[in-house]
Structures are given as C-alpha cells and as structure tokens.
Design a protein around this ligand. Sequence first.
Ligand code: FAD
Length: 551
Amino acid sequence: MKIETTPSTSTSRMGKERLESANMSERVRRNQSHLRSHLRSHYDFIVCGSGSSGSVVASRLAENPDVHVLLLEAGGSDDVPQVMEANQWPLNLGSERDWGFQSKPSRSLNGRVLHMAMGKVLGGGSSINVMVWARGHKSDWDYFAQEANDPAWSYDSVLKIYRRIEDWQGSPDPEHRGAGGPVFVEPATNPNPIAPAMLDAARSLGIPTFENQNGRMMEGDGGASIIDVRAKAGKRQSIFRSYVYPRMDQENLTVLTGALVLKLNIEAGRATGVDVLLDGVVTTFGSTKEMVLSMGAIQTPKLLMQSGIGDESELRRHGIPVLQHAPGVGQNFQDHVAFDCVWEYLDPLPPKNTMAEATFFWKSDPALPSPDIQACQAEVPKTTPENAARYNVPQHGWTLFGGLMRPKSRGHLSLTGPQATDPVVIEPNFLSHPDDLKAAIACVELCREVGNAAPLRSFSKREVMPGLLKGPGLEDFVRNAATTYWHETCTAKMGTDKMSVVNGRLQVYGIQNLRIADGSIMPRVTTGNTMAPCVIIGERAAKELSKDHGL
Ligand SMILES: Cc1cc2nc3c(=O)[nH]c(=O)nc-3n(C[C@H](O)[C@H](O)[C@H](O)COP(=O)(O)OP(=O)(O)OC[C@H]3O[C@@H](n4cnc5c(N)ncnc54)[C@H](O)[C@@H]3O)c2cc1C
C-alpha cells in the first residue's frame, strides 16, 4: 500500500529531522571537545587518516563500546559548503582541503608537471571528490585474491560486503545491490538530457547500456550507464559522514583534526604509537592493540620510509635508521592517466548533480579480457593549461574525460629528507610504457567516435579538441592532455612477493601491530574510480582486526 504524505506531515517530518540533526551536532561538539581536552596517553587502536578507508576502520572498531579508538586527521572540519554541497566540489581543488601534490616534470608528458589533488580534511578524498561510486571490475577482485593468496578478497566475497554496506536507491537488483547499509548510493537523479544522449551514442557504436554501472556491467566486457553517485538531495555523502560522524557522540571514539602524524614509534619490531603535531606541540600517543595507517597512497609510504620501513638504500641516503628493509614501499605507483576531449555546446545546458552523470567502460582492444578504458562525461569544458593554450576552449562546453583503467606504466615515490615537512618526489611515469600510449590513442579515438556520434550531434556546435589528428600530432595531443584521474594508489602493495609491503590481512611484513588500510595496498589500480574499493579495504581491515583481537 502506498502511503501519501500530506504537505503538513512532510513539513513536520523535515522539522523533526532538522531538530535531530541539530541535537546530534551539539552532542558531537560537546563530546569531542571533552575528549580533546582529556586526551589519553594510550588508545586501543590508533587510525591515522580519516579518508575513504580510515573512516571505515575507525567506525567499525568503535562499534564496540569497550574499545578506545583515536582517529588522527591532519586536515580540518568538513562542515563547509564546498564539501557539503555536491555541486561545489571543484572549489576544493587548490584549497586548504587539498594536499596539492605536484609531480616531478615527466619526460613522457613533454616535460609537464602534474597537479595531483588529494583530500586534506575529515573524510579525505571522499570529502572533495566527484562522488562517483564505482566498485571495480570482477576481475580486479579476483586478481587481489590471487595476489594475496586469500579468497577473502575475491569478487564473490567482496560482492557480499558491497551488498551489506550499500543503501541502493535505484531499481532493485538484490543479486548485486544492497539496501539499508551506511552507504547511500543513487543513480544521478533527473540527469541533464546530454547524459542519456551519451548512452545512446555509446549504444550506436555497439557499447551496451546498463541499468547501473555497478551490477552486471562490471562483470563482463563493459558498457555505458548513468553514474552511481554518493549525494542525496544535492548534499555530499562522504565516507566520513556515513561511517564516523554517527558515532562521534560516543566516548570511546576520539577524532582529532589538525593532527599531523610525524612518525611511527617502533620498539623491537613492534609498532607502539605515533608522534603527532597537535596544536603546535609534538605529542606522543601509544596504542595497546594496533596501529592502522590510512593516510593515502602518498603519505602512507612517506611515513613508513621516514619511520625506518622502506628500501634500505633510500633510507640511508637520508640518514634514516633502517628498521625494516621493505623495497616495495613507494614503488608500483599507479593512477588512471586521463585525457580531455571537448565539444562546444550549441545551446548551453547548466551542469546538474555533480557535473558528471554518464560513463562508459570499454576495451581498447577487443582481445582484452576486461575493459581498460573508462570515460566520464563532464558537463563543463575541461582541459590542461598546455592544450588550453593551443585550442580555443569555449566558456560553454562538455567533455569526455577518458582514462586508462589498466595502465602498464609504473611510477614511484622518493624522499627529499627525513622530516614530515620534507616533500615527497612523485614520479608517475604516465605513458612511459609503449602499450599505454597505444591504449591512450585508442581511448581518445573512442571518445571522439562517441562524442561525434549522431545522438550527441544536436548538442554540439563543434568539436573543440582534439579534432581529426593522426600519428605524431595525436601522440603530442595525448602527452599534453594527460592528467591524473586523482586515483593515486598501489604504493604499499598487498601480496606475497618481495616487493609486497602487506599480506592479505593487511599486516606490514616484518613489523608487529601495524596494518595499512588505504589505496596504497592495491596490487593494481581497480577498473574505475577508487573510493568504493577503498571502503572495501577499510571493511576488510576492520574485519581482520576484530577477528585478531576478539572484538
Ligand atoms: C578531486 C578528486 C576527485 C575524485 N573523484 C572520485 C570519484 O568521483 N569517485 C571515486 O571513487 N574516487 C574519486 N577520487 C579518488 C578517491 O577519493 C580516493 O581514491 C580515495 O579517497 C582514497 O582513499 P584513501 O583512504 O586511500 O585516502 P584518502 O581518502 O586520501 O584519505 C587519507 C587521509 O589521511 C590524511 N592524512 C594524510 N597524511 C596525514 C598525516 N601525516 N597525518 C594525519 N593525517 C594525514 C589526509 O588528510 C586524508 O584525510 C577522487 C579524488 C580526488 C582528489
């Protein structure tokens, strides 16, 4: 039976929700201010970093009221419109909520420097990102299981976790999607007409369209669909807000903002705590059970190396005593290098939802076992400074932002010194593998075919870039167009070979009581945006910690 909601009941419900939210916010403020002024010297667990993985670990551990959890975050509050209002996400780029990393100039990208944003705020990337919920391809998870030699990472196992944690709002699909969990996800609502037109364009080229991007579509050859997004009535649903915030009125969960983790303390091969810069003072916190590093794929390996866990020659170069030779730390860097293809609108349409509402996954070569290209349609023109200088980019346009999902190039990180204030050198090495250049050209050609296909023609006045280029001209365009998809990962990989940093239970090899739970543990970057897989990593870490500590 459908129950009609009269205006007066819905108004009173909204009033009640607002009151509950104000009460919660006051309870959180009081509790956290009390906890901050009564800090303990030791906590059972210390989680460093409140991003997509760290938020999950901290919240799951704090489910048990007897367990004391300290969550340390270098950034500040997320309670600002630029984070909360879904359509304001670009305003975070280059702000105080962005670490603002820069790569070393890249030979393979015509000597260009890349700006590599990462979230520095409660919620980390999940508070500044584009909110796309992309679970990864079936084959990614089966690869993780094979590398970890642990079936708990297989697609079948991970699918169960996704179904348990999701609160899916689209057409029911109980085999793939879940309801009632902490992760609200919906297909972009009432999308701009250019989004379904992109699906028609993809279909006209033989790319099948799907009811959503995270069910059957990620078990096969790819396809096109409206994007699954983590926003509700225009408000961002960050992983921090979904997992940690609802527990911040509990006395067993202390969340410290402005807490920069400087160094891990390790005694006799066992992680015992951390030194943290808090309110201008270096403070030491001890953990009685375990330490968890969730600072993302650049800061986690940096902290490991500066704490004596890394390649011995790299550590010695900076006078850091070697506690554990771990040659894989900072190696195997991966991201989805991506390229902008832009069209000018015939009649400008204002961007809707998160400005990106349709996506497709496809193969650069039909012989590949799974898709290696993803393009998101951005409802604004987007380009690099180098291509902006060459092309006349209009004010009103739209972009197909196509990226390589299975890059073969590998980058690495290195230190410039032993202090937390010493920056890391990031060498992404995008397009350094010749197969990636081939795939990049196929990706741009496919984006052009989709973007110029009949169903999209009525939206466009002209193709702005790249236009019909071939050979060296197209290669040069690709090298100038290449940017990060902001999916920095894989720098402390999970596995069993000598370059692996953690095992399948996310324990750091050679050091007791230390785990890593963030994008750095991926053996290879997943097919699609990386927030959802980082949530799975957090869930897996929490499960293993609970099991090992009998929680
Ligand atoms: C602009 C942008 C757009 C993106 N769009 C999408 C998208 O639409 N969909 C998607 O799936 N993915 C997207 N991503 C990627 C996704 O957000 C990340 O892959 C994901 O958040 C990584 O999770 P993580 O837990 O590894 O690290 P993060 O989420 O980066 O969290 C790490 C946390 O640790 C903190 N930290 C770091 N160093 C220290 C220290 N020394 N002391 C204390 N705290 C520290 C950071 O401030 C941060 O809060 C985007 C990322 C960006 C930057």
